[in-house]
Design a binder for this molecule. Structure first.
Ligand code: ATP
Ligand code: MG
Length: 317
């Protein structure tokens, strides 16, 4: 198969997503790298370039998403879909969408400037204030009451907007859960910037957390993603959703994520073939009707997972 990996400048020297591109190359697939910060991308013949899928690990405000959306617009499968990335890369959008779908995410306010924080009712405290475009755990502030606002000094260097979110009472660490499709890999306890240091370790993946993260994937339409959760007295609360996370600490992550990329591209190819076949049958039936004949339309089935698996085996896996 033929893949185009869009690599944002910030990830050029990171393991993800390059290790996935390398693995696919080793398995004999074609992989091109497109670095939007260093090379122009020709948009005039995207459909003719012969890619089976575009892959993007998005960067908040990075240029990669424009190209991914362009590829999607001309009918090329993308991993993840542009819509799902749009829903998660701005935390304000993700919080509103998650709340509207009934997911357990703390009540959240959008704050265009820190001076507006005083408008938030005292009843919402303790509050966490954080940049709405993600900050890799930098600039996260915990305010116990409105009195803390006077001492708050937020770094405004990067023109961020902010979210003020009700603090989710928790056990003192984040639980990072990584998923591809319907496979939930692992739950890893990691340090929270709001709590004291701790050694990273695996924690049991509870059925409740598994169900929750799969629900997140389904509602947001994500293929490859991570969900940051904390355990609260009311059950798990979602704090963050990331498309194409690092999968840090996940055993055999490179092989498993690469297999999933192949699987998703294959599945998209088969759906496309079925779609073309359905259109052909409709045309045929219409022509037959015009000519006064009736023909029996054959139902088209999209291959199930066994078929996908067989095809993957024939992809040198
Ligand atoms: N509402 C909250 N209640 C409790 N802890 C929170 C809350 N919001 C954030 N935190 C803590 O702060 C951490 C960072 O928050 P968040 O994941 O939203 O931002 P980020 O990690 O900087 O963003 P990104 O992962 O996109 O770079 C969380 O993992 C969690 O430990
Ligand atoms: Mg986070």
């Amino acid at each position: 198969m033929r893949f185009c990996f869009i690599v944002e400048e910030q990830y050029r020297n990171d393991p993800m997503p390059m290790v996935i591109a390398d693995q696919l190359l080793q398995w004999g697939h074609d992989v091109d790298l497109l670095e939007p910060q260093t090379a122009v991308a020709c948009l005039s013949d995207l459909a003719e370039q012969g890619y089976d899928a575009y892959v993007l690990k998005t960067l908040a405000d990075g240029p990669g998403l424009s190209i991914l959306e362009a590829a999607e617009a001309v009918g090329i499968p993308t991993i993840n879909s542009a819509r799902s990335i749009r829903l998660v890369r701005d935390k304000a959008v993700a919080a509103a969408f998650a709340r509207a779908r009934g997911l357990p995410i703390p009540p959240t306010y959008f704050v265009a400037h820190p001076r507006l924080l005083k408008q938030i009712p005292a009843s919402e405290y303790p509050l966490v204030v954080k940049p709405s475009n993600g900050s890799s755990c930098r600039d996260i502030y915990l305010l116990n009451s409105p009195a803390d606002l006077t001492a708050l000094e937020i770094a405004e260097a990067n023109d961020s907007f902010f979210l003020a979110q009700r603090y989710a009472q928790n056990t003192g660490f984040d639980i990072k859960v990584y998923v591809t499709g319907r496979e939930v890999y692992a739950a890893i306890a990691k340090k929270s910037p709001l709590h004291s240091d701790m050694a990273e370790h695996f924690v049991p993946l509870t059925p409740e957390v598994r169900k929750l993260v799969l629900q997140v994937g389904k509602l947001f339409g994500l293929d490859i993603y991570g969900v940051d959760i904390v355990e609260t007295p009311q059950g798990p609360a979602i704090l963050d959703i990331n498309d194409f996370p690092s999968f840090g600490g996940v055993p055999r992550a490179v092989v498993r994520v690469s297999e999933y990329v192949l699987h998703a591209a294959k599945r998209a190819e088969m759906q496309r073939t079925a779609h073309i076949e359905r259109a052909r049958q409709r045309r045929q039936a219409l022509e037959a009707k015009k000519a006064g004949k009736t023909i029996q339309a054959r139902p088209v089935t999209i291959a199930g997972s066994e078929k996908v698996h067989d095809d993957l085996v024939s992809c040198n896996l």
